[in-house]
Design a protein around this ligand. Structure first.
Ligand SMILES: Cc1cc2nc3c(=O)[nH]c(=O)nc-3n(C[C@H](O)[C@H](O)[C@H](O)COP(=O)(O)OP(=O)(O)OC[C@H]3O[C@@H](n4cnc5c(N)ncnc54)[C@H](O)[C@@H]3O)c2cc1C
Length: 270
């Protein structure tokens, strides 16, 4: 199938973009790796595509005062190759190879991934585990939203009409902190059956993906001090929806397997 017809515009400044995206029927286009297939399948029929890929200010990665700021237009490939990210946010860097395939990683962006908020996507869970902030901006100015608050429901995020995700901000990992990223998929590059982003700072933060409508912060498991207790606590934290191939019970079992692997990684000194 082909996409329904639409108008297309590529703004040169953020102000121009804000004026365009508040028009009725307008839709933001970033890497197009989720939006274009959905147009081609006629799941979406916007009247106007606002292509934000010309906004150079959204393409940089910086490290300032211990905070890594990643622009919304940074592609999956750029994220995985960035020194700032591999050295200071290794959890995100570890997630990159699990996102789709190289062709999609070359165009798809971090901003698109988190604005879409697919429950099986890797970055939302990583950002919740990291306690990251999402920087959103509209005509009225900028808002900083904690990642834990940003993902509100199934494909639903805290973005108001006329706002863009412009960046994410993550505190650089400290020397005594640890992270682990684990995902089970039927084939490499497929969306996860279930996955886990784990971060150990003063305490543990275990955040599962494809385990609910949004990233699921396993609070009870994260509070426990030993692995058997943490695994047992998972039952209170997770009620993963079944999919075509896996029952809810099977996914809960797999969550326990991932938790055990992550626990080993977090507690093994490097
Ligand atoms: C075969 C296939 C496999 C895939 N596998 C995975 C996977 O394993 N894991 C995974 O995470 N993803 C996967 N993806 C999706 C991919 O990661 C996309 O790159 C990503 O979800 C969307 O990014 P994009 O830049 O392409 O956004 P687009 O497709 O351009 O846009 C997606 C949505 O976000 C909105 N949007 C985009 N940017 C912004 C912004 N800055 N502010 C506000 N709204 C915005 C758009 O309006 C649209 O609604 C897969 C895609 C395909 C086609």
């Amino acid at each position: 199938m082909k996409a329904p017809s639409f108008a297309y515009v590529k703004p040169k400044s953020l102000d121009e973009a804000f004026a365009l995206i508040e028009q009725p029927g307008a839709k933001v286009l970033a890497g197009g790796q989720s939006l274009i297939p959905s147009l081609n399948m006629r799941l979406s029929a916007p009247e106007l595509l606002v292509d934000i890929t010309g906004l150079a200010s959204l393409s940089s990665i910086t490290l300032e005062q211990g905070v890594v700021r990643i622009g919304a237009l940074v592609t999956h490939t750029q994220l995985g190759e960035s020194k700032e990210v591999t050295s200071h946010v290794p959890l995100l860097a570890a997630a990159v190879p699990h996102v789709a395939h190289p062709a999609i990683r070359n165009r798809g962006t971090i901003g698109g991934s988190i604005a879409l908020a697919d429950p099986a996507a890797e970055y939302p869970a990583c950002l919740v585990a990291l306690g990251a902030s999402i920087v959103v901006q509209g005509k009225e100015g900028e808002r900083i939203v904690a990642a834990e608050e940003f993902f509100k429901g199934l494909f639903e995020v805290d973005l108001r009409p006329g706002e863009l995700v412009v960046a994410v901000e993550v505190r650089a990992q400290l020397k005594d902190e640890r992270c682990a990223f684990l995902e089970l998929a039927r084939r490499h590059g497929d969306y996860a059956i279930i996955g886990l982003a784990a971060y150990r700072s003063k305490g543990n933060r275990f955040v599962f993906f494809n385990a609910g409508a949004t990233p699921v912060f396993a609070r009870n498991a994260s509070r426990e001090k030993d692995l058997p207790a943490a695994k047992a606590a998972l039952k209170k934290d997770l009620d993963p929806p079944a999919d075509l191939y896996n029952s809810s019970a099977a996914k809960l079992h797999l969550a326990g397997v991932l938790l055990e692997r992550a626990w080993t990684q977090l507690t093994t000194s490097h």
